[in-house]
Write a protein of this length. Sequence first.
Length: 222
Amino acid sequence: MFVYINPIANWLKAQGSAGVWVFAAAFMVCTGLGLLPTYAQSILAGYAFGLVPGSLAAVLGFAGGSALGYTVARLIGGDRAMASIDANPKARVVRDALVGDRGVETRSAAVRWLRTTGIVALVRLPPNSPFAVTNLVMASVKVPLSSFVVGTVLGMAPRTVLAVFIGSIIAGALTDEAMTNATPKWVIWAAGGALLVTVVVIGSIANRALRRLGTPAWQNAE
């Protein structure tokens, strides 16, 4: 895509306002089916449309792509993953603690929805969080679609806007040097910090769930 980014961007801009919608629709299909990475398409959005229109198009694209990927994963995976998890008490407890409604009946439906949405956002936050794999996993454990899409938007919006911003800066000069210079140095540290926070928070929730089951967490490393 980067090889042909100039003609692609020129063609999109030639479509006027419709180009943004064409791009968003293509983004949905390409991410939902795992054909192109979200970063590459987000950079294209900034390259073709600029920061604000490009950010809106990219966010709409990955939101729709997440819903499409979720639907495809549910159709393909069926209930096999859930059956495997339900057959293992430890796995079932961790699943319910992270994204499930069962086992937390004392909480209101709104609190459970917010909790699940927050977990999805946290998983989506690190820049190295794989889009297609996350779609598959979340769909397999039957995360509610509304929580999944909203959490995806909240978690991915910051890094997507950053990618669009980089694309807008390098418009007309797509080189390795331009990409390097356009990427703020703090991004690398922020990415590592986001990954660390995600691991610590999710690990803490899972450990508490396993302790309630009466099993030390270190025995479940396998």
